[in-house]
Design a protein around this ligand. Sequence first.
Ligand SMILES: [Fe+2]
Length: 302
Amino acid sequence: MRVRGILRYGLQIPSLGVGHDFYRNFGLQVEERDQALAVRCDGRDMDQAVLHEGPRKQLQYVAFSIEEGSLADWKRHIESTGTSLVDAPRGADQGGLWFEDLNGILVNLREDPLAPWRKALPEEQEFNFGDNIQRVDRTRWQTAGTPASPRRLSHMLMFVPDMAKAEQFYTSRLGLKLSDRIPGHATFMNSGPGDHHVFGFIQSTHTGLHHSSWEVTNFDQIAVGAQTMADKGHVVGWGLGRHTIGSNMFHYIQDPWGSWIEYSADMDRITEAWEGHDYEVPPAVWCPMAPGTFTTNFEQPR
Ligand SMILES: [Fe+2]
């Protein structure tokens, strides 16, 4: 059995006001709901993050989509692995199955579909490159500065104390598959045909949110987003670059709580035939130097 992909994550933060402004500035829609903030992408009918107020930043849960009508089968499957189901946390949407992963992060499986996302505009996709000429007698500069507007949550990476055990847990419970690894540093997982990775792990002493990644259409959107966030005071970032594993172009911004949020574009796509490998490579093909705190886990051990 395999999940269809990530629906959203639940994040506790010390101030909903700060969270509201940060996610709005990033280009997302933020709506107050039941003393929490629901974060959505423009044109996508689906919560992609839910922010709850609490004493400190803490990743609370990750929700994954499962096939409609499969909940009873999933319940049997999860319980057959020796993992006990638990109640949904207070304030979270109660539906589906809830259980703790090996590090105490809650996992929620629910039959909600992955909503379609906003289509890219023609001008965002046209590119004149070598002999591939797609734009003639039209300018690009007059549209290239459109504010960044992510279309969907692409993936997220968690800090974990043992990447092999985390990989084993999420493979056996959720059916995620290995995409690739950078041994000793990071493991990337997929949920079948589609994005090279939708989830993954970064080595740390304890668990926590490393980053969430949001897909934009092209590198103009990445750069405009980065510039907007810097103008708003979020000057600690890393990018523009192109990753090795997954090949996506990126710019990260450090959030007010020490995690990172990523604009991402042009990730590799894979089929069922994809086989994961170990690569002893740096995290990017080209990029400026990463901030020294890029893999510092500021989340307190739970
Ligand atoms: Fe990423």
